[in-house]
Design a protein around this ligand. Structure first.
Ligand SMILES: *[C@@H]1O[C@H](CO)[C@@H](O)[C@H](O)[C@H]1NC(C)=O
Ligand SMILES: *[C@@H]1O[C@H](CO)[C@@H](O)[C@H](O)[C@H]1NC(C)=O
Ligand SMILES: *[C@@H]1O[C@H](CO)[C@@H](O)[C@H](O)[C@H]1NC(C)=O
Ligand SMILES: *[C@@H]1O[C@H](CO)[C@@H](O)[C@H](O)[C@H]1NC(C)=O
Length: 271
């Protein structure tokens, strides 16, 4: 190997690939899989070899010496991937993935690149290196988070429909006398999670007892870990009339689990 081979190369490329998580929502028109190729000088596109592949070794995007190579792209990714050739000179080898779906959930995407040295009479190619490794998480927001109270049975029921991934659920109560807020102890909460076996979406149904004359209101909080979003509904007791909703019809239960809410900050005082 000549000195030219060495100096022409990616001296600034870190030995290990950059590992990142990217979170997206189903129905989002596109998501960027970000990746930067660190080079000392602007990249000559005629010297660049780049490809992206997934964990099944399906090629998403292929670029060689100034040209995109659509013939290398797996049919699953045809018309779903766009790169940014203008940014490539500056090392921006990100690609845009269109229409992320639940099918892409947990998929790992890797970008590999090499630079050719075209300055000398001969061409040398660098080792192909993994530059980035991106894990894609895809979420579906829960819809219609809702609390209903059965005043006679003194129970409150929270339901949330058709989200992904599995959410964590917590109940918060506001004290009737001093208005302070507290989280209800998970051992006093009964939550059932059902996953639809066809579309993989989860629905939740959670019940608590509400002792008379104790709470001003109760709130149900549903946290989607991928979106890092909490949806909630609050029921003000002794006000308004709401009936208990039916458990969603047409659910094909794949499995039913009991889950308890995660950590709680202030637990409600014991009765
Ligand atoms: C790469 O280019 C795209 C499109 O212009 C842009 O959205 C993205 O932020 C760029 N990424 C970096 C790391 O510059
Ligand atoms: C992205 O989703 C993963 C998987 O649910 C989660 O662990 C991570 O915290 C999320 N990242 C952000 C920034 O919300
Ligand atoms: C989730 O969002 C909260 C603020 O709403 C933030 O403090 C926290 O760091 C976020 N978690 C992740 C994993 O990004
Ligand atoms: C409010 O009252 C409840 C009992 O009704 C008690 O457990 C709780 O500690 C009180 N909170 C504050 C902040 O005083």
């Amino acid at each position: 190997m000549s000195a030219e081979f060495v100096t022409g190369f990616l001296l600034l490329v870190p030995a290990a690939a950059v590992v990142l998580d990217v979170n997206a929502t189903v129905g989002q028109p596109w998501v960027i899989l970000p990746c930067t190729l660190m080079t000392e000088t602007p990249t000559r596109l005629e010297d660049l070899l780049l490809y992206w592949q997934d964990d099944r070794q399906h090629v998403l995007y292929s670029y060689k010496k100034g040209n995109e190579m659509p013939e290398h792209v797996n049919r699953r990714y045809r018309d779903r991937i766009t790169a940014f050739p203008l940014g490539m000179t500056a090392g921006n080898i990100s690609v845009k993935l269109k229409n992320s779906a639940l099918e892409d959930e947990g998929r790992v995407f890797q970008a590999f690149a090499a630079l050719y040295n075209s300055r000398g009479a001969r061409r040398y190619s660098s080792d192909l290196r993994e530059i980035c490794q991106i894990t894609l998480h895809v979420a579906v927001p829960y819809s219609s988070v809702s609390v209903a109270v059965n005043e006679e049975a003194r129970t409150a029921v929270c339901t949330a429909q058709r989200g992904f991934p599995e959410a964590s659920l917590r109940w918060r109560a506001q004290d009737l006398h001093n208005n302070s807020q507290c989280f209800i102890d998970p051992k006093d909460v009964k939550t059932t999670t059902v996953q639809n076996s066809q579309d993989r979406l989860y629905s939740l149904n959670s019940t608590i007892n509400i002792p008379g004359g104790r709470y001003r209101s109760v709130s149900c909080l549903i946290h989607n870990p991928t979106l890092n979003v909490t949806d909630s509904d609050t029921y003000v007791l002794n006000k308004g009339e709401r009936s208990l909703p039916d458990w969603p019809a047409g659910l094909t239960a794949a499995f039913v689990l009991l889950v308890s809410a995660l950590q709680q900050l202030i637990r409600c005082g014991s009765s």
